[in-house]
Write a protein that binds this ligand. Structure first.
Ligand code: ATP
Ligand code: MG
Length: 381
């Protein structure tokens, strides 16, 4: 029995603000998935299904969650975000589920550089994958856009570029202060993200890749970025390619969304473009992201793209859809295709039925949406 039961060990970092609320909701939904499709089925049908699966020697799964209290709140109390052995702790898991980090009492660059950015770097999560589409029952703020017009995957370089952390300040706190913020682009770093982007494009029906750059104004790193793109492109003759300057890209996303499919961009550019993409698909509260180590040597990390949203924290009204979609991406990465499909179907049944939070024009709260998604999952059997 043990050999057909897969245990997926998940490190959960709820973080701050609505991060804790949506992580709790995601765990509830994942637990329902496990009960319905996994080993500990609670329903009679579920148990029969499991017995059948075991008889056929098909795999079944279980999630094992570890809760890690690495947050700004904890930092304010004890003076640190993560313990010295944080990397070893994370490596004991198959995936990391992350809520959001950031709180008004701590400068954002402190919380980011003590938590999320070191995890991305040390775990070699050099890809940040951000799918965007308009889910059933959700309206885009752009009246001209039809659901089928907007179906993108943004591949964000996640390890270098503008977020290298290099630079410094001289004459600090004087009227003559000067600061440098250095972007680092390496051949190796660009090559690996381009290969991932081309493979992503190949896996999609349209096989189309748009590369975003700013090589008209930035003449070193961005020029290397372009050059490597065209070199790697030669290995993927089946992918249709084009190049966009980042400023013109924002216009194209709004005016001609159907002309885009897979998009590859630098750390900073893709960060900005994916917030725009999320807003165009309905709300920043629905968009998922995966921080991937494609070599699978380290655990990958899954998180909604939104932040801790202090303005709505503690009210129980955060949209949990981005958290659920991120959980579905995690489940898929862990090899549970059926569970991932079930979760996505459940989310879309719920949005289509109009069970939505305020940011999507609905009147439900986090709990209402979460319970509705759990009920839909249970209907699968
Ligand atoms: P970060 O720096 O971590 O990206 P941020 O400061 O850019 O964070 P968010 O925390 O993402 O900002 O919030 C931006 C706005 O979107 C806020 O008004 C917030 O209330 C809203 N928002 C973010 N996430 C959600 C959500 N899940 N549901 C509803 N509203 C949300
Ligand atoms: Mg933001």
């Amino acid at each position: 029995i043990h050999s057909v039961k897969k245990v997926h060990r998940i490190a959960c970092i709820p973080g701050d603000g609505i991060g804790t609320e949506i992580t709790e909701a995601a765990i509830q939904v994942l637990t329902t998935l496990q009960k319905t499709l996994g080993w500990f089925s609670s329903t009679i049908f579920g148990r029969l299904f499991m017995i059948l699966k075991l008889a056929l020697l098909l795999g079944t799964f279980e999630f094992d969650f570890t809760h890690l209290d690495w947050s700004s709140k904890a930092y304010l109390e004890r003076g640190w975000y993560m313990p010295p052995d944080w990397a070893d702790q994370l490596r004991k898991h198959d995936a990391i589920y992350f809520g959001a980090v950031g709180w008004p009492d701590v400068p954002d660059h402190i919380s980011l550089w003590n938590l999320i950015l070191p995890i991305r770097k040390v775990m070699s999560q050099y890809v940040n994958l951000r799918p965007t589409r308009i889910l059933e029952g959700i309206a885009s703020p752009m009246a001209n856009v039809k659901r089928e017009d907007l179906d993108w995957v943004i591949v964000r370089e996640n390890s270098e570029g503008e977020y290298s952390g290099q630079g410094g300040t001289s004459h600090e706190d004087t009227p003559h202060a000067v600061a440098t913020e250095i972007s680092i682009f390496s051949q190796v770093g660009i090559e690996r993200i381009m290969h991932f982007a081309f493979q992503t494009a190949l896996s999609r029906p349209r096989k189309k890749l748009t590369m975003v750059t700013k090589s008209n104004a930035q003449r070193h790193g961005m020029v290397l970025w372009d050059k490597v793109f065209y070199t790697v492109a030669k290995e993927y003759p089946d992918v249709e390619i084009d190049k966009m300057l980042v400023d013109a890209m924002t216009v194209r996303m709004v005016l001609h969304p159907a002309s885009l499919d897979t998009i590859v961009a630098t750390n900073l550019h893709a960060d900005i473009l994916s917030d725009l993409a999320a807003a165009l698909s309905g709300s920043i509260g629905i968009a998922p992201s995966s921080n991937l180590d494609p070599t699978r040597k380290n655990p990958s990390m899954f998180e909604p793209i939104h932040g801790s949203a202090p303005d709505i924290a503690g009210k129980g009204i955060a949209n949990p859809v981005g958290a659920f979609w991120s959980a579905a991406e995690m489940v898929r990465w862990l090899g549970e295709e059926k569970a991932a499909d079930t979760l996505m179907k459940a989310i879309e049944n719920v949005t289509q039925a109009g069970v939505k939070t305020k940011d999507l024009g609905g009147s439900e709260n986090t709990k209402g949406v979460t319970e509705a998604v759990c009920k839909e999952i249970e209907k699968v059997l």
